[in-house]
Design a protein around this ligand. Structure first.
Ligand code: CAP
Ligand code: MG
Length: 429
């Protein structure tokens, strides 16, 4: 029976192959052996030699472990493109992020990065709007978008929900979105919420003369998501939000292909994959796949300014990803959501979680102005209420854009003053 040799450290991957990088902690075997098992199980092989393997299949489709770093415990594998179905993200993950996580030969395993060859990447649609499309909708380019998540996460009825959204908009926020666990509840039915909230969005637009955006969470079974997106469109909503990981890539692909709205991607559950830096799947990998499928906005954390754990690394991974292996121009140093991907539009990064007006200067410094900044507790927790919270956020954002220290700006702005009194100003480099 044919015994295949998967490790070939002299192998030079071609530009047509998919490259995957793993962190590998082998279980009492040499890392080379563990790597060979991973390569086999994620492609054509299994735990033993098999009579049905023929030299032709082996020669064409066998992946190559082409790099092993014993100190860093990293392994890189090159996969022939025909191991994958074009445009089928679930299948790609079933292969290179599938069975291998459960194998006894590894104690820990983390998929750190995927590099797609151009042809495979082009089988996906990418964002319909991307950064430029969203900027065209809001009609400004020179500042971050600021927004809120209606809080409490769930509990308000549709009228109350719409009222909170309205107060946030007229206070100065651009975006209002539902929370990740708010869908169609007994006390807050999706359709009622859409009707009331979009009506007050129109009112807020008329009163402020600014474009206001509502991102309703359509997360549900796939057909239902499409029905909800249609309903939103019927009432004049140009945006929808999807919990991309709990829905899965398949649901997300359908939403991307069968709707024509701006897609805001919430990453609820990502911590189950990303939080353990020895096991799971990196946010970088998730971000690349989400961009290929075609989300327009993606949560990437808050550069450790906010509440979510593990963020410095997460954000660094995304913001500083310059290992130009993903068919990008070698010299392109922009972050993974914005790199030039030859026709696949850039995605607008979303910073959310534990933010308040005092977080803005540092956030702006670390993440730049091409982001959506979102404030839940940091808006509705304002001592004077939601509208004042929104005003304080807008004031802090304008102050930060002009390089004015928040405390100085707050002297003449009561809302910001109260916010800074409650939450302070976040310091850092
Ligand atoms: C923010 C938020 C977001 C998380 C997601 C929340 O609210 O709505 O879902 O920030 O995190 O419920 O926590 P607060 P990430 O502003 O009140 O914290 O972007 O890291 O996935
Ligand atoms: Mg939330």
């Amino acid at each position: 029976m044919l015994k295949l040799k998967y490790v070939d450290l002299k192998y030079k991957p071609s530009k047509d192959e998919l490259l995957a990088e793993y962190y590998v902690e082998p279980n009492r075997i040499p890392i080379e052996k563990a790597a060979a098992h991973l390569a086999a199980e994620s492609s054509i092989g299994t735990w033993t030699t098999i009579s049905t393997m023929n030299p032709r299949v082996a020669k064409k489709l066998k992946p190559h472990v082409y790099e092993i770093d014993k100190r860093k415990k990293t392994v890189k594998i090159a996969y022939h493109p025909e191991l994958f179905e074009p445009g089928n993200m679930p299948q790609i993950w079933s292969a290179i992020a599938g069975n291998i996580f459960g194998m006894k030969v590894v104690n820990n395993l983390r998929l750190e990065d995927i590099s797609f060859p151009k042809k495979m990447a082009r089988a996906f649609k990418g964002p319909r709007y991307g950064i430029e499309g969203i900027r065209n909708i809001v009609k400004f380019k020179n500042r971050p978008l600021v927004g809120t998540i209606v809080k409490p996460k769930v509990g308000l009825n549709p009228r109350q929900h719409a009222e909170v959204a309205y107060n946030a908009w007229v206070g100065g926020l651009d975006v209002v979105k539902d929370d990740e666990n708010l869908t169609s509840m007994s006390f807050n039915k999706f359709k009622d919420r859409i009707i009331y909230t979009l009506k007050l969005r129109d009112k807020a637009e008329n009163e402020t003369g600014e474009k206001k955006i509502y991102m309703p969470n359509i997360t549900a079974e796939t057909d239902e998501m499409l029905r909800r997106a249609n309903f939103v469109k019927l009432y004049g909503g140009e945006s929808i939000m999807v919990d991309i990981l709990t829905c899965g890539w398949s649901g997300l692909q359908t939403v991307r292909n069968d709707t024509n709205q701006v897609i805001h991607a919430h990453r609820a559950m990502h911590g189950a994959l990303t939080k353990n830096h020895k096991h799971g799947i990196s946010m970088l990998t998730i971000a690349k796949c989400a961009r290929l499928i075609g989300v327009d906005q993606l949560h990437i954390g808050t550069a450790s300014v906010g509440k979510m754990e593990g963020e410095p690394l997460e954000v660094e991974e995304i913001e500083d990803e310059v290992e130009a292996r993903f068919f990008i121009k070698e010299k392109d140093k922009s972050h993974i959501l914005e790199q030039d991907w030859h026709g696949i539009k850039p995605v607008l990064a979303v910073a959310s979680g534990g933010l308040h007006p005092g977080s803005i200067p540092l956030l702006l410094k670390r993440m730049g102005k091409n982001i959506v900044m979102q404030f839940g507790g940091g808006c509705h927790g304002h001592p004077m209420g939601t509208k004042a919270g929104a005003m304080a956020i807008r004031q802090a954002m304008l102050a930060a854009m002009h390089g004015t220290p928040l405390k100085r700006y707050a002297e003449a702005h009561e809302e910001l003053r109260e916010a800074v009194k409650k939450w302070g100003v976040v310091k850092g480099r």
